[in-house]
Design a protein around this ligand. Sequence first.
Ligand SMILES: Nc1nc2c(c(=O)[nH]1)N[C@H]1C(S)=C(S)[C@@H](COP(=O)(O)OP(=O)(O)OC[C@H]3O[C@@H](n4cnc5c(N)ncnc54)[C@H](O)[C@@H]3O)O[C@H]1N2
Ligand code: MOO
Length: 420
Amino acid sequence: MANREPMDNKFGRKALQVKEAQMKIMAYAARLESETVPLEAAPGRYLADNVAAPHPFPAFNRSGMDGYAVVSADTANCREGGTVWLNVVDNIPCGSVPSGEIISGTAARIMTGAQVPEGADAVVMLEATETRELNGVPQVGIRKPILSGRNVTPRGLEISEGDLVLAAGRKIAAGDIAVLATFGISDVPVIRRPKVGVFATGSELLDVKEPLQPGKIRNSNSPMLEALVREAGGEPVMLGAIADDLDLARSKVQMALETYDLVITTGGVSVGDYDIMGDLVREEAGDMLFNKVAMRPGSVTTAAVRGGKVLLALSGNPGASYIGFQLFARPAIASMQGATEPFLPEWTVILGADYSKVNNYTRFVRARLELPDGNVYAYPAALDASSVMVTIKDSDCLIIVPPEERGLTAGTKVQVIKLP
Ligand SMILES: Nc1nc2c(c(=O)[nH]1)N[C@H]1C(S)=C(S)[C@@H](COP(=O)(O)OP(=O)(O)OC[C@H]3O[C@@H](n4cnc5c(N)ncnc54)[C@H](O)[C@@H]3O)O[C@H]1N2
Ligand code: MOO
């Protein structure tokens, strides 16, 4: 094509800043429809609706001890050193209701978690009591005064009726499950998991099960991305690996964009003779969101949109595809699930060792967090090149190294992206 704009040319790409590139993708990562899942399937899903408390919790005044429910004023006389004797008029195990009110001079034997009867305002623990029978009437003796409210959890202490307890967009964890169970919500409204089509390109790629062959490598990006999609709450659909064949890639991308919510590919986005994904996206210039990002690794990260669906073409280099996923795919997958905070959190920590590599692009350096002296330090991986695979597994954060003239020295405060 003779009259292509310079930025459409595979050599003259216009680099976007990471945040700009993220926003371009997020514009197509709207919340998907909701569905209902059983409580046990809800952990890890994102809540679709606000949950308001249908009743207070606790729903009744609850005993915090095994003991006797009393009118606390009755125990005031213990102050003189005497034992106060009260008639035991009720026995309230957990799960049953009191048979009546407690009035001055009476007490109810009660177990932890049982409903405190009307009239009683404190529970004296068993260990602080003695018992006897007087004229056939069981009595409890109390030796120490007790304050009103002691060992009684009042109705609504934790949650009042109508309180917003869980907000839509929360990622459901074990504590949320406890809340949902408490309020009898056995069918949980969540956002459907985005279906993410994943395929790799590269004539050098072997399947994991294949024996190694000269000049070839096993496809590690696809299984890694499958794990990452799952970790982000998406449903990966593995579409295999294809050779560097433009027609094959075109039909695969077309099918995938028609079928799935997001499509992620790796490889073939650079400027080489067989870099078909770059060519494919350039062919359809109207759809391209970007084909260069001011970052390392992953500067060749490319994205396009068709029919409202995003094709994210990550670099084939394992380090770059991992970081590209965390920066661009993870927030999109979270956002499609209605996450209120789709981006990974950023922390300020101390750089643990000198980092000398500099660049005119922002660098995302895999690193490991440690607390040698109570402060959080980030130690850059020894090997952090785009092509390096083995240190991905050792990293729990990415140090954001801004474009600078000089390197960073140990002890400097740095921003990191905390990996899940
Ligand atoms: N002349 C230039 N060459 C390169 C440039 C450039 O600007 N000019 N950019 C370099 C940078 S930076 C990167 S990053 C890579 C990007 O390459 P591609 O995204 O096109 O990826 P490939 O060339 O297909 O592969 C790169 C590398 O990764 C290996 N690979 C690919 N797929 C997988 C997979 N599924 N599992 C494991 N490993 C995979 C592949 O064998 C290559 O070694 O381009 C530079 N070159
Ligand atoms: O774009 Mo490459 O991933 O910087 O090394």
